[in-house]
Design a protein around this ligand. Structure first.
Ligand code: S3P
Length: 454
């Protein structure tokens, strides 16, 4: 896979106005879950709009290795699942590459099976904490036969004969942890309960209900969600149209806001309220973003976004907004570089355990490119330079991306409005979530190119 290949640096330069209409690839969270739930359900699941990024393909390969049939017919992915409770022990370790969502959700999905499963990944994934998923699984009776120090991958799980249903209060705002426990509950007799004090993306709940799981949600008077799933029920194949990924849309969106004269439209973007924090923040900053043609497709809100260059101003982003824009802080920080005044982002502790320590990676990259910013334990403040004068470190000083696709894309967006070019050390990882990024951005008029070794 490309992230085991030699690094591929890339550079972006001040661009003329961006214009055009684009469709970003399918939502990554929904794409992973489509392969997983389709691979597990009885009968046929048909998926259009799937993100064909490396991360999602790893999940597809894992489901195949456990007995699902997955094929592509034209634009459609067709899956014949094993039936709930009938996954097979994989013959080889499951290699999840860079994918936290794929690996953590699959640990939940198979952890309660009476079989052995080994999980491996790349250097970034092998550095990420898995204890947050293993702790509740242990409570259900799952044994962690082997793990690298600190509950890290590579690791091997062995499920019990009969897993125990638990009630689990998720200690951090994490849709992956919530989902892992719910998926473990699918293969556990009785009712597994997840208590979610802070709401995170709800794709697992909505999609499992769509596949026929007996799952219900009650929200108490303090806004705490109680999610109940009854195990060992039947799941039935579905037809799914995956909407455009709002996290991927964030890159052309911020690019159009900061490049003078730009006017672009991004069609078919997922508008699930657990995912729209970036949009709300950019609108508060004065971003001219029109939400056009709002509609509901297959149970999810979607819309087209018209985005025009805007004079942005700094804002304070409250900590409670973090779950609805957790993957978008790197690109928000880039927007903040071109805003009048200071943007203060609060409640960022989870950024430390993403594909990289994103808080450190962003702050270091911004400083390298001449931005006045301050990194706190769980905060970031950025003082902007409208017009981008003095920003950009040129072609010889590259931002370290630490195998993190969103760090690479965010800094390539930054260069489009900076006085001097912005360079990143490796653009390979972009293929994990947004393989079309370079072509789509250059198609809008962005000046971005990879730098091949002479
Ligand atoms: C995801 C949940 C989030 C997010 C990730 C996708 C999901 O991770 O950062 O990109 O699909 O459930 P956390 O659960 O670690 O916050």
């Amino acid at each position: 896979m490309s992230h085991e290949a030699a690094p591929l640096p890339a550079v972006s330069r001040k661009s003329s106005p961006l214009s055009g209409k684009i469709r970003v690839p399918g939502d990554k969270s929904i794409s992973h879950r489509s392969f997983m739930f389709g691979g597990l359900a009885s009968g046929e699941t048909r998926i259009t709009g799937l993100l064909e990024g490396e991360d999602v393909m790893r999940t597809g390969a894992a489901m195949k290795a456990m007995g699902a049939h997955i094929e592509k017919h034209g634009d459609e992915w067709v899956i014949r699942g094993t039936g709930n409770g009938a996954l097979l022990q994989p013959q080889e370790p499951l290699d999840f590459g860079n994918a936290g969502t794929g690996s953590r959700l699959t640990m939940g999905l198979v952890g309660t099976y009476d079989m052995e499963t080994t999980f491996v990944g790349d250097a970034s994934l092998s550095g990420r904490p898995m204890g947050r998923v293993l702790d509740p699984l242990r409570q259900m009776g799952v044994q962690v036969l082997k793990a690298a120090p600190g509950d890290r991958m590579p690791l091997t799980l062995r499920g019990p004969r009969h897993a125990a249903p638990i009630t689990y209060r998720v200690p951090m705002a994490s849709a992956q942890v919530k989902s892992a426990v719910l998926l473990a509950g699918l293969n556990t007799a009785g009712i597994t309960t997840v208590i979610e004090p802070v709401m995170t993306r709800d794709h697992t709940e909505k999609m499992l209900q769509g596949f026929g799981a007996n799952l219900s949600v009650e929200t108490d008077e303090r806004g705490v969600r109680h999610i109940f799933i009854e195990g060992q029920g039947k799941l039935t194949g579905q037809t799914i149209a995956v909407p455009g990924d709002p996290s991927s849309a964030g890159f052309p969106l911020v690019a159009a806001l900061i490049v003078p004269g730009s006017d672009i439209t991004i069609e078919n973007v997922l508008m699930n309220p657990t995912r729209t924090g970036l949009l709300a923040t950019l609108q508060e900053m004065g971003g001219r973003i029109d939400v056009l043609n709002p509609r509901n497709e297959g149970g999810e809100d979607v819309a087209d976004l018209r985005v025009r260059h805007s004079d942005l101003k700094g804002v304070t982003v409250p900590p409670e907004r973090a779950p609805s824009m957790i993957d978008e802080y790197p690109v928000l920080a880039v927007a903040a570089c071109f805003a009048e005044g200071e943007t203060l982002m609060l409640g960022l502790e989870e950024l430390r355990v993403k594909e990289s320590d994103r808080l450190a990676a962003v702050a270091t990259g911004l400083k390298l490119n001449g931005v006045d910013c301050t990194e706190g334990e769980a905060t970031l403040s950025v003082r902007g330079v409208p017009g981008g004068k003095g920003l950009g470190a040129g072609k010889d000083a590259a931002v370290k991306t630490h195998l993190d696709h969103r760090i690479a894309m965010s800094f390539l967006v930054m260069g489009l409005a900076s006085e001097k070019p912005v360079t990143v050390d490796d653009a390979n990882m972009i293929a994990t979530s947004f393989p079309e990024f370079m072509d789509m951005m250059t198609g809008l008029g962005a000046s971005i190119e990879t730098i091949r070794a002479a």
